[in-house]
Ligand binder design. Structure first.
Ligand SMILES: Nc1nc2c(c(=O)[nH]1)N[C@H]1C(S)=C(S)[C@@H](COP(=O)(O)OP(=O)(O)OC[C@H]3O[C@@H](n4cnc5c(N)ncnc54)[C@H](O)[C@@H]3O)O[C@H]1N2
Ligand code: MOO
Length: 420
């Protein structure tokens, strides 16, 4: 592929910067009960109406004590008990302690909680402590030490998951203002494509890209409009484009963006709107088109993925996912590319960043290492199924060797971080 024509191609960074510049939130805001807000993006910051914890409480099962009571003695009487949900309410005489369970409010004046394992119950029911080992404040969770009342706990643009939902529930936030889901239409184009389960004639293959797209979009919390397989026919393609513009917020297609004689997608995009760019200096995924259907009614953005399945997935992860995040109002953090050492020599591609399928492991010295997941052709699905990361190989500097020896440092992006 070294002779591959990349004239006019944007670098990946340029393409990403363009998408960031021209796209902004495209979905309305609604109020949802917290239980239905999983995977949604906050449209407004959330402020704490309460402190967390809401009151000083015990972190251990044991005994609440006042340190002054233990200055002259190591044994205390029992004044009563405090349970989670049933605070101690009696009088607390000098020289006594309160039996307390984890989560129970500490009685007024308590200065420490001593774990029951460190307390001896004497025959007369009194409790023996080891005063020298008790730190002031130990095992007491103080009101507001986690969250101060009135503070902003979550910013707008954050996507709600299992990490954030317990915080909001603990703060008694019953409803949240979130963005409506982004509706994304997609179709596959190509006369060779058949739907899953259909018999295959000569030269025909099963459309696999729509299964990847449906999964990737569901992971992002998008609503999908699956327009199926559209043949290499300008009228059918035009009608699919227009339906997407009427019914969805964005359109993703795969196939038909290269230079073949039946590659109509790009031509139609020029007719119905504007192509902002259609080549990116990456491998796989060079023929990636982006534009807007400006001559259709709503003018939705359009992402034309290359037909090769790995090219489609890689361009989705690198370009479409962050773009859809912007449309969703989601402040998606940039990918964290981690340094890893290669297990075998690799060949660099002049002029293009190469994204290979890799498998990560931690070696006996604790170093992150990456090996190839198998054949790297952009139609090869086995290595995709086996891989757990993308390996980024930057092009060689002018005049530098194209061979990257084993043990070289490369950059990897674990699929788990990419939302796969
Ligand atoms: N002369 C050139 N030929 C090609 C170039 C080039 O620069 N010059 N680029 C190659 C690269 S790189 C890619 S990637 C492909 C992209 O082509 P298209 O986006 O136009 O896609 P198609 O030609 O329709 O298909 C390519 C390939 O992928 C298969 N395919 C398509 N859709 C699906 C699907 N939904 N599920 C599974 N497989 C699919 C299709 O059968 C082809 O084998 O162009 C190269 N050619
Ligand atoms: O660049 Mo194509 O996307 O290699 O397969």
């Amino acid at each position: 592929m070294s002779g591959c024509d990349i004239s006019g191609a944007l670098s990946l960074l340029e393409a990403q910067a363009h998408l960031t510049e021209v796209l902004s939130t495209a979905v309305a805001v609604e109020t949802l009960p917290l239980a239905e807000a999983q995977g949604r993006v906050l449209a407004e910051p959330v402020r704490a109406g309460l402190p967390l914890p809401g009151f000083d409480n015990a972190a251990m099962d044991g005994y609440a004590v006042r340190l002054t009571d233990l200055l002259t003695t190591d044994t205390l009487a029992l004044a009563g008990k405090a349970f989670a949900g049933a605070p101690f309410s009696g009088a607390w005489p000098a020289g006594s302690c309160v039996r307390i369970m984890t989560g129970a409010p500490v009685p007024e004046g308590a200065e420490a909680v001593v774990m029951q394992e460190e307390v001896q119950i004497l025959a007369d029911g009194r409790l023996r402590f080891t005063p020298a080992t008790i730190r002031p404040g130990q095992h007491i969770r103080r009101q507001g030490e986690d969250v101060a009342a009135g503070s902003v706990v979550l910013a707008a643009g954050l996507r709600l998951g299992a990490q954030q939902l317990p915080l909001l529930a603990a703060l008694n936030v019953a409803q949240v203002r979130v963005h409506r889901p982004l509706k994304v239409a997609f179709f596959s184009s190509g006369d060779e494509l058949r739907s899953l389960g259909e018999p295959l004639g000569p030269g025909q293959i099963v459309d696999s890209n729509r299964y990847a797209l449906a999964c990737l979009l569901a992971n992002l919390g998008c609503e999908v409009l699956d327009l199926g397989i559209i043949p290499d026919d300008p009228a059918a393609l035009r009608s699919a484009f227009l339906q997407a513009d009427r019914q969805a917020d964005a359109l993703i297609t795969s196939g038909g963006v290269s230079v073949g004689e039946a590659d109509y997608t790009k031509e139609l995009l020029s007719e119905l709107g504007e192509v902002a760019f259609w080549k990116v200096a990456i491998k796989p995924g060079k023929p990636f088109a982006f534009g807007r259907l400006t001559r259709a009614t709503r003018g939705i953005p359009f992402f034309g993925l290359p037909g090769n399945p790995v090219s489609a997935l890689v361009t989705f992860l690198l370009l479409v996912r962050p773009a859809l995040a912007r449309l969703m109002g989601w402040q998606l953090p940039p990918p964290r590319w981690l340094p890893a050492l290669t297990t075998a020599p690799l060949r660099l591609t002049p002029g293009r960043q190469d994204f290979q399928r890799g498998c990560l492991f931690v070696d006996e010295d604790g170093a992150l290492r990456v090996g190839s997941a198998g054949g790297q052709g952009s139609a090869m699905l086995m290595s995709l199924a086996a891989a757990d990361c993308l390996v980024r190989l930057d092009p060689p500097m002018a005049g530098a060797s194209r061979e990257l020896p084993a043990g070289s440092r490369v950059w990897v992006w674990p699929f788990a971080e990419a939302g796969l």
